[in-house]
Structure formats: C-alpha cells, structure tokens
Design a protein around this ligand. Structure first.
Ligand SMILES: [Zn+2]
Length: 286
C-alpha cells in the first residue's frame, strides 16, 4: 500500500504539470527515463501494478524524495503593497540574459513602475553586467536561475542537474546577497528527476512570445497580446531588440487594459498561491 500511495503522489504531481496547453514550447522529445519520463497527457493516469492484499511489514516511514524537497517558496520579504489585487496581473519573464538589452527593458519597466523576472543563463555573465544585474533587484524586479550552461536538464543525472543550478545560484548570491531563486528550466524541459533535484520552484509559462523562433516585433506583439489573460506568465528572451520594442509597445496597452506587470514571485504571492520546490513546473497563477 505504501508503494501505491507513492505512485499516487507521483501521479498527482505529474498531473499538475499537464495543463500547459499554450506551451508552444521548444520541448524535446520525451526521454525514456525509467520512472521519470516526461509527462504526457493521459500518461499520468496509467495504473501501476495492482497492489496485492498481502500485508506488508510495518516499518518506520521515510519521506519519499518528492516529499523531502517540497519546500515552500518564501515571499514574506516581498513588498507587494504597490500591487492592486483587484486588478489583472501578468508576469513578464526574460530568459537567457544577462544581455545588452537588460538596461533597455529595465528603463521601460521603471518608466511605468512595473516589474518582471529575469532568468539568468549563468555562463552569459561577465563583470560588465555586474551593475545591471544589481539594478534588476534594486528596481524591485526579480532575478531567476536559468542554469549555468542551458542544457536539457532531463538528460543530466541528479548531480549534473544540481551543479547546473548551484553554479548560477552562487553567482546570483554573490551579486545580490539573495540566497535562492526561482528556476526556469531551459526549453521548459523537466521531469520528475529534475523536480526532485532542484531546490527551488520550477517556473514555465502559459504564453510564449515565440521571439526565439524567428520572431519579429509583429509576431511577439501578436503572440502576447492575442493570448494574454489575467494570471499568465509570458515567456520572452532578453536577446532581441525587437522583443524590447514589443515590450515598449505592449506595456502601456496592457496598463490601459487594466493590467499590472509583475514578477513571478509577486504574481504567486498576490494570488495567494504557495509554490514549492519538488513540484511540476508552474505555468500561471490564475
Ligand atoms: Zn533559455
């Protein structure tokens, strides 16, 4: 029965990650990884071998790996007093920086008093970005962890995953004094092994700007503005000037439509959602 309970727990965890209908993700083909294959719709309902009624010896319960790492994300130090919870919210996220465009994006956010989350690709950092990385936090925006070398995390072993996360986490701590960061898995790629190996909540998205896919100002603008709803997390990249220009156009229009643009942690906190590590990637907070 204990085995059954664990399987059920794992099935529930996988199920949570399956409602990602809008993810036009650069998702890899599912890996075949014994217990930890990438969840696909329907798969989570597959029954495990029926437990027999044979009584199993009672032993001291030990936590399953998933239970062991389901640590709550602490937002108690987050100042959300500027956010009106009655208004619509959308979290903007910018992956793959730091880049030459961080300052431009921050200028736009500052002009409108809005926030966003910047998921950092550690290997892209050099000391010329030190000031702008600090500016992200000083401006009330959020830095996140996008791994060190941008691998498909599901293809690494547990130690490899931990190393990818830790190397960037340590860099971000050195720059900001903050000790833990939300994680955006590269390509949105994760599986159960990744979930249990990362000591922070995993954040994917519900609206993909697709700026990474031969994008343009028009395509980014249309992809976001035609799909965005209250509580969405929008995927963009700090890699393209046209994304910056689309952000410049979208933010005042979203504000006029009643939105506030916030960081991912702010969105979760204001919506009263307690997010945890050891959980399937979160895609929105509706
Ligand atoms: Zn990326």
């Amino acid at each position: 029965m204990k085995h059954c309970a664990i399987v059920l727990l794992l099935a529930m965890l996988l199920c949570v990650g399956c409602s990602t209908g809008d993810d036009a993700t650069p998702t890899p083909a599912p890996d075949i990884l014994d217990l930890t294959a990438t969840p696909t719709p329907g798969e989570e309902a597959t029954p495990s071998p029926t437990p027999t009624s044979t009584p199993t010896p009672t032993s001291t319960p030990s936590p399953t790996p998933t239970e062991a790492v389901m640590k709550e994300w602490d937002t108690s130090n987050l100042d959300t007093s500027w956010i009106d919870p009655e208004k619509k919210l959308v979290a903007f996220t910018f992956d793959d920086g730091p880049s030459q465009y961080y300052d431009d994006i921050l200028d736009i956010l500052e002009e409108y008093g809005m926030h966003a989350t910047f998921f950092v690709w550690g290997r892209n950092y050099n000391s010329s970005y030190e000031d702008v990385m600090k500016r992200v936090v000083e401006q009330g925006c959020e830095l996140g962890n996008h791994t060190w070398s941008h691998p498909y995390l599901s293809k690494l072993d547990e130690a490899g995953i931990a190393q990818e996360i830790e190397q960037t986490r340590a860099l971000l701590e050195e720059l900001t004094g903050i000790t833990n960061f939300l994680v955006r898995p590269p390509y949105g790629d994760s599986n159960l092994k990744v979930q249990v190996s990362v000591n922070a909540p995993l954040i994917n998205w519900s609206v993909d700007s697709a700026d990474w896919n031969n994008g343009s100002f028009d395509s980014v603008y249309t992809n976001v503005m035609s799909k965005v709803k209250d509580g969405d997390i929008v995927l963009m990249h700090a890699s393209y000037s046209f994304t910056v220009e689309a952000v410049r156009a979208m933010i005042p229009e979203l504000i006029a439509d009643g939105y506030q643009i916030v960081s991912v942690s702010e969105l979760a906190a204001v919506r009263g959602v307690t997010i945890t590590s050891g959980h399937a990637p979160y895609t929105n907070f509706r």
